[in-house]
Design a protein around this ligand. Structure first.
Ligand code: HPA
Length: 288
């Protein structure tokens, strides 16, 4: 579903909260969605002078994340000197949320004028050569949630009825991320992310099938947000923190506390990668 009026109200509320906090919005910031266990990157943002925190609770229509590992606030600040608006925490289909609720944050960021978006998540590795604790730059994605945020009448102000999805992730941004990782000596895998509905984890047969479909990592977020972002014409970089290995012939449970702990460790690498790539990404997007 597309909900332009609701988005407009939340954008107005966020814009005035940021203005009250004296956030400099003369240039659109880079948007950043921080997923499970990755909110600590926000610490760096919050510590910077002049940062502004706006809890979702103060924004009409902005759903609050139901999972403890997700915070539920926008933070404006600077990372590596680049103005950034970070969405801390997201809600998921498995919480019973609608696609419109799942995509609210991204649509609000688009409404604020953000053109460049970095989406992060925690995911299980399907490629047997990928190690848990490492990062994967999404080269493409499969929406296996069974739903779309674009269902229903199209909002022409948002974008086209049938938006192109031949390249959901921006090739230039991916190149910048790969080069930055090389400079840092940081392992950055490249691969296809499959987004599933959840909340149950995958059976062995499902992981085997997803692998045969060409997926390299699996998670329960991101794909709807990328569709909503591309509908709005945003350029997207997607980074997964691989929190566990998901191999059909040696399935092992991946409890949430373990996923969060590994995401926290991978989050340190993600922080270094973001600091290295953001200035170039902002320059490439004509922002920051
Ligand atoms: N499957 C689905 N979602 C996940 C996983 C997984 O193995 N790890 C982290 N999020």
């Amino acid at each position: 579903m597309q909900n332009p009026q609701e988005v407009q109200h939340a954008v107005a509320a966020l814009r005035s909260a940021l203005a009250r906090g004296k956030a400099d919005l003369s240039r659109p910031p880079v948007g950043l969605v921080l997923g499970t266990g990755l909110s600590r990157i926000a610490g760096a943002l919050l510590e910077g002078a002049g940062s502004v925190r706006v809890p979702f609770a103060g924004l009409p229509g902005m759903p609050r994340p139901g999972v403890d590992s997700h915070e539920g606030a926008f933070v404006w600040g600077r990372l590596a000197g680049v103005p950034v608006l970070a969405q801390l925490g997201r809600c998921h289909l498995y919480e019973g949320r609608t696609p419109a609720e799942v995509c609210m944050g991204v649509r609000v960021m688009a409404g604020l004028g953000i053109r460049a978006l970095v989406i992060t998540n925690a995911a299980g590795a399907l490629d047997p050569l990928f190690e848990s604790g490492s990062l994967m730059c999404m080269s493409d994605m499969i929406n296996h949630t069974g739903v779309s945020p674009l269902t229903g009448p199209n909002c022409d102000g948002f974008g086209e009825r049938f938006p192109d999805m031949s390249a959901p992730f921006d090739a230039g941004f991916r190149r910048l991320a790969r080069d930055a990782a090389l400079r840092l000596g940081l392992r950055l895998e490249q691969g296809v992310y499959i987004g599933v509905h959840g909340p149950e984890m995958e059976t062995a047969a499902e992981t085997r099938m997803y692998r045969q479909w060409g997926a390299d990592a699996v998670g329960m977020s991101t794909v709807l947000e990328v569709i909503a972002a591309r509908h709005r014409g945003m350029r997207v970089l997607g980074i997964s923190c691989l929190t566990n290995k998901n191999l059909p012939d040696c399935m092992a449970p991946a409890p949430l506390d373990e996923v969060i702990a590994v995401a926290g460790r991978a989050g340190e690498s993600l922080g270094r990668l973001l600091e290295a790539v953001l200035p170039e990404l902002a320059a490439a997007a004509g922002e920051g």
